[in-house]
Write a protein that binds this ligand. Sequence first.
Ligand code: SF4
Length: 227
Amino acid sequence: MRRATWEQRADEVESLLRLLFRAYEGRVALSASFGGGGVVLAHMVSRIDARVPVLFLDTGFHFPETIAFKQRFAQRYGLRVVDLSTAHDATPDGLYRTDPDRCCRARKVEPMRRALADYDVWITALRREQSETRQSIGVIEQQEVDGRSILKVMPLARWTRRDVHEYLAANGVPSHPLLERGYTSIGCWPCTRPTVAGESERAGRWSGTAKTECGLHAFARRKGRAV
Ligand code: SF4
């Protein structure tokens, strides 16, 4: 019987993760916000090697549902979640309104940049389909962070939203509760709204402004695409 696309893609991703976990033992981390594809990768990590750390950016502005879901998920699958936070009181109140780029830099970019000093491989759940700015991502890219070369791996680059949904359903893996309430991309509560039919997946992020990305996937410099 012919296998579904998501099954073939899941096999490929699992093989890639196994290879990376063996070749870079102790030097690999997954970052996940537990909103969408990150849940797929976190589930695979739990099946392959639950010692691999799952980095979670604790911005101080997550929906309570995100924090609760992350905790339940980590417990259920025995994951080693590492909360990355910054001195939240170091940024003025309401900075997300007056200068969201600075807010993202302080609460997302800098904590991730500091954390990556401990790793040679950074795995993320970015998908090409998510937005125009992500259409050219590779599955594996060599990038430079603070003058150091790392591999940024995006195993779900070719996955569709439907692949993610089908993987989770077929494996009985729970998904973020806000997805059912119209949030197609889930970030910090001040900067996220549900979307409506016809809108792009990330249209609810920083809605009404020109901002489309937090900068988390732009601070490292791409040196080439390996795959
Ligand atoms: S998404 Fe909004 S609240 Fe979260 S760090 Fe960025 S600007 Fe601040």
